[in-house]
Design a protein around this ligand. Sequence first.
Ligand SMILES: C[S@@+](CC[C@H](N)C(=O)[O-])C[C@H]1O[C@@H](n2cnc3c(N)ncnc32)[C@H](O)[C@@H]1O
Length: 188
Amino acid sequence: MSFKSRFNQKYKDTPNVFGDKPMPIIENALKYVSSGLALDLGVGNGRNTIYLLSRGFRVTGVDMSKEGIALVKERVPKGSDLNLIVSDVLDFETTEKFDFVCAIGLFHFLNIESINKIIKNMKDFTKSAGLNVIAARMTQNYMGDLPHIFVHDELKSYYSTDEDWEILEYKEQGNMHRKVTMLIAQKK
Ligand SMILES: C[S@@+](CC[C@H](N)C(=O)[O-])C[C@H]1O[C@@H](n2cnc3c(N)ncnc32)[C@H](O)[C@@H]1O
């Protein structure tokens, strides 16, 4: 079953699968940039986007799962400043520049060529002084089919070798069963 079908089924079976609370790294990142335009790649069923909207951001959310996007629509308050797009992130293009670009739990579903492309896009889509906020797995899932698992300092290296970016926070957290790499970087 493709990841797209799997996520569509997951959101049908368990609409609140990722809960209501944002990932702590999203809350944490708001101490650096606290308003403006946000882009949430792999928005899922919306926990991070809903939080960003509640803090006054205008948000664009992209996900290949139409079921996930339908749940976000149901969950957000009426009149929210939100643009939702059902699309593979690899096909998503924009001329807009964002203050806050996040990809939480997305990258381990992509192969390395796709990760390179999406990080390049995220950087291009970001305004000067804007943020990139990323969290991805360093351990396999129970089915063993994630295309890319990050190794020590791998995510960091995309930004530490780029003179246009400064890493504000970088963490690797968890144990041998479930470990996550997390980064907040700012465009100079
Ligand atoms: C683990 S969920 C995380 C959702 C959300 N970011 C969160 O933190 O709750 C990963 C999401 O990425 C989406 N996704 C995976 N690969 C994708 C791709 N190539 N294009 C668009 N969305 C993708 C899935 O449909 C799923 O909704």
